[in-house]
Design a protein around this ligand. Structure first.
Ligand SMILES: [Zn+2]
Length: 179
């Protein structure tokens, strides 16, 4: 499994709805979680691994040292839960926004300041077909909105101009490459 990178036109496709969760979808979701973690991302959409379907994964688990002490927490101790979301949909977005520089595993060398709602409600289903209602705020809301953008073929470069170029991919002060 390989992550598609810009300017691959496939990233601009709109993803279609998942009609039925079968073994293939489940395996894809687990593989995506794996590849996201390996690449130090905090979110990944199926379109980024060349599957244009509405499937998104998120998650960040801070590494621990040998004594089980948590290292590299996210800024302000924000938490990104590990989730597999099928057909995620935004049901509400706050009018209040903020701007943060975002990276993307599909645009490894740039970051772009993106204005987004600071809160968002998302409706999705899990692999068992149960409805999931999420009321996200802060970084978690931002990650979900970023991933749902991917499902519509929208990249961070559609939100603004890149501000940084790094040779070996963008890794922030905490060693986290973003979504
Ligand atoms: Zn992305």
């Amino acid at each position: 499994m390989k992550i598609l990178t810009y300017p691959n036109k496939k990233l601009k496709q709109k993803s279609h709805k998942v009609r039925k969760v079968d073994e293939e979808i489940r395996q894809l979701a687990y593989d995506m979680l794996k590849i996201m973690k390996v690449n130090k991302g905090v979110g990944l959409s199926a379109i980024q691994v060349d599957k244009p379907i509405k499937l998104v994964v998120t998650g960040y688990e801070p590494p621990e040292d040998a004594n089980g002490k948590t290292l590299k927490k996210l800024k302000d101790n924000e938490v990104i839960p590990t989730l597999i979301l099928i057909n995620p949909k935004i049901t509400k977005k706050s009018r209040e926004t903020d701007i943060m520089e975002e990276g993307c595993l599909s645009l490894p060398n740039i970051e772009v300041p993106v204005k987004r709602s600071i809160k968002a409600n998302i409706l999705a289903t899990d692999l068992e077909g149960h409805r999931i209602k999420i009321r996200a705020k802060g970084l978690f809301a931002r990650v979900l909105l970023h991933e749902i953008d991917h499902l519509d073929g929208i990249l961070i470069t559609d939100h603004g101009r890149p501000v940084a170029l790094a040779k070996n991919g963008r890794v922030d002060k905490k060693g986290i490459k973003k979504t």
